[in-house]
Write a protein that binds this ligand. Structure first.
Ligand code: URA
Length: 263
């Protein structure tokens, strides 16, 4: 009876030690493991086995041309929803990692006028739509003054609005040339698929992307052409908020746009 008691209590003690992490029994006599022979090393596996288990090399990031990838994805999109999906799935622009949302476009895709801005700011990132913050409210008032609105149902009075970049740059920093270049194929396809009668470029970044030119104070107010349609560079509404005196030039450009739309 006594020996059976010992058996169960010893077993319980052993189980408790295993639970604590003990994985080896100590012996009555100590063993100096430093003096033991090292374990024989395992023989090298045959080369054939190695070749079979070695995975193929992973392409390095520098092997991928983001502009070519973007171009192929943009070319494959045959309508705006497909373009939005292709753009959102594009993984080679690091801005995507830091942005809260993807801001593709707002307004009426059939609008005669398409506006291209720079990139989402804080409010745009929160709402996933371009030009919804303070600059966007000024943009609404500016175009409202010539009878155009993003929520108009009739394409003749409507606006369609997008940005060069669909993801917010960290702390609203200026977009980098490489970011603009890799998102440009999507923007060009966006304009072709929306097929507006004219395009308004808001500030330097869309001029850099579409016209490969900067210097908005010189460019503004001069019609040019891109992707087979008239293009008007204008001062960005965020600039007009900081420099209200420049609203005079913006008003002149708006009247020019209105005249161009009038049959
Ligand atoms: N500025 C832009 O250029 N685009 C926006 O969407 C908001 C602010």
């Amino acid at each position: 009876m006594e020996s059976q008691d010992t058996y169960w209590s010893d077993l319980a003690a052993l189980a408790w030690q295993v639970e604590l992490g003990a994985d080896e029994a100590t012996l009555e006599t100590p063993v100096d493991r430093y003096t033991l022979d090292p374990r024989p090393t395992a023989p090298a596996p045959p080369a054939v086995a190695e070749a079979r288990t070695t995975p193929p090399p992973i392409p390095q990031v520098q092997d991928v041309d983001p502009v070519a990838v973007a171009q192929a994805a943009a070319d494959a999109a045959t309508d705006l929803p497909a373009l939005a999906r292709a753009m959102e799935a594009f993984e080679l622009c690091d801005l995507k990692k830091g942005a809260r949302s993807f801001a593709f476009a707002d307004g009426q895709p059939a609008a005669r006028v398409m506006i291209v801005g720079e990139a989402p700011g804080r409010e745009e990132d929160q709402q996933g739509k371009p030009f919804v913050g303070q600059a966007g409210q000024l943009l609404n008032r500016m175009f409202g003054a010539i009878g155009l609105a993003r929520d108009a149902e009739d394409a003749a009075q409507a606006l369609y609005i997008t940005n060069v970049l669909p993801w917010r740059p960290p702390a609203n920093r200026a977009p980098e040339a490489a970011e603009i270049a890799m998102m440009l194929p999507f923007l060009q396809r966006h304009i072709v698929l929306a097929n507006p009668d004219l395009v308004v470029l808001m500030g330097n970044t869309p001029c850099q992307a579409i016209l490969q030119k900067t210097g908005i104070t010189r460019l503004r107010g001069h019609w040019t052409e891109a992707l087979g349609r008239p293009v008007m560079p204008m001062l960005h509404p965020a600039y007009l908020l900081r420099q209200p005196a420049a609203k005079r030039e913006a008003w002149a450009d708006l009247l020019d746009i209105q005249a161009r739309l009038t049959p």
